[in-house]
Design a binder for this molecule. Structure first.
Ligand code: GLN
Length: 190
């Protein structure tokens, strides 16, 4: 199974590493021609959503990616990747792919708390480590969105059909269960 990892900026190498450790072929997407139809899913990493959004446009990747997600390609966005997929942000005028029916606070866990680590229940996976780095939290979800995890009384992981989003960074922990959850989505098993 081939999974694309958007590799324009941010924490993509850790996702590539995690996929490799699970025996999956990871393809780094750096330009338009890397985004090929035989991918079974795509990971949008953490980093800086404004920069990644600008680069997606500049490289001609924005529309092909948005269309693929709308057409059902499984996607997993972590932190900035979640921000890229979200329909709306309460504290930022910027909108990006607008495919995931959630409202979030982009700097929700950002300015005051910055980074922290905790643990929490992830639906179907049990108790997992949750690492936040200036992350967002979700303040509202649409009817088709399932809440998968919460932390500090905030929603921090959701799924809407083919789209999985986490405000935290499972790729920065040795725990591979969230990636395995995503790979099940990609193989049609989840
Ligand atoms: N707050 C960052 C943004 O707006 C996301 C931080 C992260 O991905 N660790 O893109």
């Amino acid at each position: 199974m081939k999974i694309g990892v958007l590799a324009l900026q941010g924490a993509f190498a850790e996702h590539v590493q995690m996929l490799k450790s699970l025996g999956v072929e990871a393809v780094e997407i750096r330009q338009r021609r890397d985004f090929v139809p035989d991918m079974r899913g795509v990971i949008l990493p953490g980093g800086e959503s404004t920069v990644m959004g600008m680069l997606l446009h500049k490289l001609g990747l924005f529309e092909p990616l948005r269309k693929a997600l709308v057409a059902g390609l499984p996607a997993f966005g972590t932190c900035a990747g979640l921000i890229l997929m979200a329909k709306e942000s309460e504290d930022s005028p910027r909108r990006h792919l607008c495919v995931l029916d959630v409202t979030l606070r982009r700097h929700g866990f950002g300015r005051q708390i910055n980074s922290f680590k905790t643990e929490g229940e992830f639906a179907g996976c049990g108790q997992i480590p949750l690492v936040f780095i200036r992350g967002p939290y979700i303040t509202g979800v649409g009817a088709g969105v399932e809440v998968l995890a919460s932390a500090k009384n905030r929603i921090v992981a959701v799924r809407q059909k083919n789209l999985l989003g986490t405000a935290f960074h499972p790729e920065l922990t040795p725990d591979s269960r969230v990636h395995e959850y995503f790979l099940n989505m990609c193989s049609g098993a989840g």
